[in-house]
Structure formats: structure tokens, C-alpha cells
Write a protein that binds this ligand. Structure first.
Ligand code: FEO
Length: 399
């Protein structure tokens, strides 16, 4: 079957949902799937904004043909060249050979890297602020490099005040029947996936996101059409505020992520005791995560969410336990900063985990270590007062 939904003023969502792919980018679990959004503007000229992933190509092309209602396709605007949005470009060109492709110079370099068809004869190169007149709709192109590839740009429809925002303001999760964010419980059920998507996919590029937010502030945006997830037509301030915090590496909550790894359960027991002591000391926002059980993308998202991180980990091969090393690698690669830490290491002999964790934290910006502790195999009852003092130290800093 074919599907297209009118968004506003002759703008149609013709995207697809993918619930069969289990790993986005073959690394991030997507238990609720993902949508590849694509949009068609039917004006005096027709313009398609981005395509879809090859896994849903047939559905996408069916939707496109249905929405066009027999008309030809005049323009294909390529806001983003990552294959989850671009892999159907060559099939679109072969079905609509008159189509002109619009992108910036980097877009066309990438198109030629991915495809072998004749690109030059149909390319229109645009730069910052360049406009395209479709008849009624007047489009303007705004560069958004590193959100999340260097060629990325967004397209603003000045006529309908619609921002086609590429990867920005997207999320994991297939669109479940409704298509607008205001039709979902975003703050309850969806915001975790927005956070996991943004922090893992674009977390490294906080400054470029901030630059795009500044540009967006000068546009009178009424609707945001991202490449993944629901469309925003209400409460735009909510998602813009979240993006502002995430890209500034500001925590959303004053609270503690208690992240632990435990080989035989002793470090886990200490982590659970610490969490309880934090609650007893009045800390309201706590998340307890087993580093070995949670996918790294969840740990990254939780680390962006909380102001304080208590990391409890065993020593392994005289260094960091591998899952802990991976966690530290990920948050360093994604430029996480401005967090306060409590480090608790465990070791039956030669405990060295904290030393290696501190070496990583020292390379990151604005990380503060509030306290350290060493457990030798198990936390003894007589040590509990010292542990209570650590919990108090964290709780007082949060207050
Ligand atoms: Fe959804 Fe960067 O692609």
C-alpha cells in the first residue's frame, strides 16, 4: 500500500518506518524501530526533501509515486547524505530522470562517492542563504555542518514557516500511527529515546548544534520536520530547550548516575548501598545502571542527563574492566564535560581502576572528582561509616 500524510500547505510526509532493523548504524539498539522521514512539496514545482534507507526503499518509492499523483519530480533536495536518508537517490533519479538535485558542494562530493550515475548534469549547488522559488513556497538553505556530517544542511520554507531540520530534533522510534509530537507523550515515553539518539549520534558536536540553534532563533519556525521521529508543530520550545542543554553538555537533572560494573556482585552491593544512602541523604534523582548489562548508548544518555556520576568498578588486568574502559572511551569521544564524580574501585590485589579512570577524566573538560574510595574485595560493615560520608559528600554537593 502507499501512504502520504499532509502536514500543511501542500507539504506531505512520505516517509517510512523500519521495525526490522535491530541496530541503527549497526551499533545502536532500536527496540522501537526508527522512521526515515521524507517530505514532498507539491507546488508549481515539486520538491522532494531527502529519501530513505535502502531497507524501506520500495515503500518509500511507492509513497512518492502516490503523493505525486502522476506529476513529475522537479527537485530533490539533499539535506543529508548519510545512507539512512540518501540510499534511494539513484533509484529516484532513474524513475524521474528530469529531476534536479539540490545540495552544497560537499553534498555532491559525497553523492559521487556513493553513486556512479551522472550527477553533474542535474546538480544545483547552493550555499548559505540561497533561495529556491517553487511558486508559492519559497525555500532558503541553511548550512548545518556536523549535524551530523559535514555536508548537512537544513531547508526553511519561508512561506509556511516549516524547518526541514535533517537529523536535528529527531529520535529513535518508529512513528506509531500518529505523526505529530503533540500526539505522543514525549516527556514521558519518548524523551529517553530523543536523548539517546541526540547524545550518541551528535553528542560530540555540541558547538555545531549550538550554531544551528542560533541560526534557527532568527527564523520564525512554526513546524519542525526532522528526518527521524514525529513532526513538531506545538511546544517547539520544549525540544529546543532539550537540544540546548544536551549540546551545551548541561545536565538536565541535579542528581546521581550510579554506574557500576561488578564481576562477582561485591561492587554491585556497594553500588546499591551507595544509592540507598544517597536517597537517605535527600537526593531525589538517581539512576542505577549496570555497565555490563546496559548498552553503551543508554549509559551515554544517562551520563548526559545527570549532574553527578558515581562510578564503581573492579580492577581488571591491573587496569580498567573492559566494559568500564568502553564506557570511558564513549563519553570521552562524545566530549561529555561539566560533571562531578565519585570514584570507587575494587581490587583483591593491586586495585588500580581509579588511577586509569582519572587519567581519562583528566583529558576531558571540566570534570571534578569529589571523592575516591578503594574496596578490597568486599565492603566490610566497619567501612560503612566511610561510605556514608561519601554519600553525604555527594548529596551536599547536589544541594
Ligand atoms: Fe539519520 Fe545522520 O542520519
Amino acid at each position: 500500500m502507499s501512504y502520504a500524510e499532509k502536514i500543511t500547505d501542500n507539504i506531505y510526509w512520505i516517509g517510512t518506518n523500519d521495525t526490522r532493523t535491530h541496530l541503527f548504524e549497526h551499533v545502536y539498539p532500536i527496540p522501537k524501530g526508527v522512521s526515515y522521514n521524507s517530505y514532498l512539496i507539491k507546488d508549481e514545482k515539486t520538491a522532494l526533501l531527502d529519501t530513505a534507507d535502502s531497507s524501506t526503499a520500495d515503500q518509500f518509492l511507492t509513497n512518492l509515486k502516490y503523493a505525486l499523483e502522476g506529476r513529475d519530480l522537479d527537485y530533490l533536495i539533499v539535506n543529508h547524505m548519510e545512507p539512512d536518508h540518501s540510499s534511494v537517490i539513484e533509484r529516484v533519479v532513474s524513475l524521474y530522470p528530469q529531476v534536479k538535485i539540490i545540495g552544497n558542494s560537499k553534498t555532491f562530493t559525497m553523492i559521487k562517492q556513493f553513486f556512479s550515475f551522472d550527477v553533474d548534469s542535474r546538480s544545483i549547488v547552493v550555499t548559505e542563504g540561497k533561495e529556491l522559488d517553487l511558486g508559492y513556497h519559497k525555500l532558503v538553505f541553511v548550512m548545518a555542518p556536523m549535524i551530523h556530517w559535514p555536508e548537512a544542511m537544513v531547508t526553511f520554507d519561508k512561506t509556511s514557516n516549516v524547518l526541514f531540520s535533517a537529523d536535528a530534533f529527531g529520535t529513535f522510534g518508529a512513528i506509531e500511527g500518529h505523526i505529530f509530537a503533540d500526539e505522543y507523550d514525549i516527556d514521558g515515553e519518548w524523551i529517553g529515546e530523543y536523548r539517546r539518539y541526540l547524545t550518541n549520534i551528535v553528542g560530540k558536536y555540541g558547538k555545531p548544534v549550538q550554531m544551528l540553534l542560533k541560526k534557527a532563533a532568527n527564523l520564525n519556525i512554526k513546524t519542525i520536520c526532522p528526518l527521524h521521529g514525529p513532526i513538531w508543530r506545538k511546544d517547539l520550545g520544549y525540544i529546543i530547550d532539550k537540544y540546548d542543554k544536551w549540546s551545551n553538555y548541561e545536565p538536565e537533572l541535579n542528581g546521581v548516575l550510579v554506574a557500576y560494573a561488578s564481576i562477582y556482585g561485591h561492587t554491585e552491593s556497594a553500588a546499591r548501598l551507595l544509592a540507598r544512602l544517597l536517597i537517605q541523604n535527600g537526593v531525589k534523582n538517581i539512576s542505577v545502571c549496570d555497565i555490563c548489562e546496559h548498552h553503551a548508548s543508554h549509559l551515554v544518555a544517562e551520563s548526559f542527563k545527570y549532574s553527578h556520576i558515581a562510578l564503581l568498578s573492579p580492577t581488571y588486568n591491573l587496569g580498567m574492566f573492559t566494559p568500564v574502559a568502553n564506557y570511558m572511551h564513549d563519553i570521552q569521544a562524545l566530549n561529555l564535560c561539566k560533571r562531578k564524580w565519585l570514584l570507587v574501585e575494587n581490587g583483591t590485589w593491586s586495585p588500580t581502576a581509579n588511577k586509569h579512570i582519572k587519567a581519562v577524566l583528566e583529558k576531558m573538560a571540566d570534570m571534578t572528582i569529589l571523592g575516591e574510595y578503594t574496596i578490597t574485595s568486599t565492603l566490610k560493615d566497619e567501612e560503612i561509616p566511610k561510605f556514608k560520608a561519601l554519600a553525604e559528600l555527594l548529596a551536599n554537593d547536589i544541594k
